[in-house]
Design a protein around this ligand. Structure first.
Ligand code: GLU
Length: 503
């Protein structure tokens, strides 16, 4: 027997993003949400957020809020969710408990699921026994169930008695011994699994909570989900789900399993690997790290998908127009952080100076640095806008526009060598004697050139010490307009400080 899933797109598409609130939203999860959203909107359908919180041991306080905030930050609009409501709610699985028990009973009555009363120790003993007799991965399955304590082996009166006495039990799926389960995955084509390798999946746990498999299938059906789009790590669960759909007598949704996100050094991009390679892994790292949401969205859209041409820059609306699951690749997609920063730079520079200034005023650095005003930021914007890839770098690179440097870059100092002190002296003297108090960039350029000439050195030899003295850094925005921005008084003060320091 084989069960098939049709891949024709029904008229009203309904997809769901179904995270478990066990931690902060990982960028892999965010990409899954994004693909679901793009697909739903491409087909004029609905995007549902369902919280799969049946694993109480792994529940993390605040995780649901983090998911909601992350989606909103990216511009992924949710149609139905615990917060937004909707006709198919409730959207938290912990609030749907009754329904799962009812569904499990339907399976028991159809003789495709059964009660199992075995204790953890009894299951362990069975495993040890089979291991000893040469089975490397024993499981509770169509063979071993026959020697365990369940409603298939115990007399029905005893089962009844145990249930009435409140003995702990689980409900297991009666996975057939030798059958092929087949379905068509939009990304992977026809996928076939043999039931021989499957265990009798627990559907209801002894705490009265369903497992992921049962709850997921029941909810996808009850919520009218037409397409299940999720990560490749769930592919091996799909045959169990197809069996369940079949036993319930329900039409399974169309499936699409997305490729893994890979680390640049190979292997799956785990939390540990990401940390090692300096890749922020949770969406909140990008929010708190002042990345551009459009950049993350555009980048993630291309992490495993491409419209099939050379284009790379697309807004959310354009992505919706272009997206198709058929163009998602099967192969793992390597996370290229440099590329993400390329997108970030693009979306940052696209913004007007006024917008960036307003955003800068909201950053913490704007409050801790003295003299940060709208006018001052607007004036130094042209000096920095083309040099930064992330908005907060503005204050990293441009702090000297507002505050005197407190240290001098060692590499830069090594480069100027012993001549630094004499050079700064000459520069300071020449500027002090300069007839004008309002020098523009041109006037500063002449001052530098004249001093260089008088010292018998090239322009470069005076520029670096000057830059170090006024900014503390060995590189940065164009020097002469920066000097003009700072003004003669500040420049003189900083030259004087450097002179004292470097003597
Ligand atoms: N709760 C599962 C997760 O955490 C959902 C998997 C699915 O989409 O079926 O990813």
């Amino acid at each position: 027997m084989s069960f098939s899933v049709s891949s024709s797109a029904p008229s009203s598409v309904r997809v769901r993003f179904a995270p478990s609130p066990t931690g902060f939203l990982h960028i892999g999860g965010l990409r899954t949400a994004l693909y679901n959203y793009l697909f739903a909107k491409r087909h004029g359908g609905s995007f549902i957020l369902r919280i799969e919180d049946t694993d109480q041991a792994r529940f993390v306080e605040g995780a649901e809020e983090d998911i909601v905030r992350s989606l909103a930050w990216c511009g992924i609009e949710v149609d139905e969710s615990p917060l937004h409501g909707g006709e198919a709610g409730p959207y938290r699985q912990s609030e749907r408990k009754k329904r799962y028990m009812e569904a499990a009973m339907q399976l028991i009555n159809a003789d495709v699921a059964y009660y199992a009363f075995d204790t953890a120790e009894e299951i362990e003993t069975m495993r040890e026994r089979l291991k000893a007799s040469g089975n490397p991965s024993p499981s509770y399955d169509s063979i071993t169930r026959q020697s365990m304590k369940n409603s298939l082996t115990l007399p029905s009166e005893e089962v009844q008695k145990r249930l009435e006495a409140g003995d702990p039990y689980v409900i297991r799926l009666k996975v057939p011994r030798r059958e092929s389960v087949q379905f068509t995955d939009i990304i992977r084509g026809v996928v076939t699994f043999e039931t021989k390798g499957l265990d009798d999946q627990v559907l209801m746990k002894s705490d009265g909570m369903p497992t992921y498999h049962l709850a997921n299938v029941v909810d996808d059906h009850d919520m009218g989900v037409t397409h299940v789009i999720r990560g490749e790590e769930w592919l091996s669960s799909a045959p169990k789900h197809i069996l369940l759909y079949n036993y319930f007598g329900w039409e399974p949704p169309t499936m699409a399993h997305l490729p893994l996100i890979m680390s640049p050094s190979g292997g799956k991009l785990s939390k540990r690997k990401a940390e090692q390679e300096g890749i922020p892994v949770n969406t909140r790292d990008y929010i708190d790290g002042n990345y551009e949401p459009e950049a993350l969205v555009n980048f993630l859209a291309y992490l495993g998908w491409s419209p099939g041409d050379d284009s790379e820059i697309h807004s959310m609306d354009e992505l919706i127009d272009l997206f198709s699951l058929e163009k998602v690749s099967k192969a793992g997609a390597v996370f290229n952080y440099k590329k993400l920063m390329w997108y970030n730079e693009h979306y940052l520079r696209e913004q007007s100076d006024d917008t960036i200034v307003q955003r800068l005023l909201d950053l913490p650095a704007a409050k801790t640095l003295s003299g940060v005003t709208q006018e001052a930021l607007t004036a130094c914007m042209p000096l920095l806008k083309e040099r930064i890839t992330r908005i907060d770098e503005f204050f990293e690179m441009g702090a000297f526009f507002f505050e005197d440097p407190t240290s001098y870059d060692e590499k830069g100092m090594a480069k100027v060598g012993d001549s630094a002190s004499a050079m700064i002296h000459a520069l300071h003297q020449a500027l002090e004697q300069h007839p004008s108090d309002e020098l523009d960039a041109e006037a500063y350029k002449s001052w530098l050139q004249d001093t260089a000439d008088a010292q018998g050195v090239g322009l470069g030899k005076v520029m670096l010490p000057t830059r170090l003295a006024i900014s503390g850094a060995g590189f940065g925005p164009d020097l002469t307009p920066s000097l003009a921005f700072l003004g003669k008084k500040t420049v003189l003060r900083r030259l004087q400080t450097a002179m004292n320091h470097w003597a």
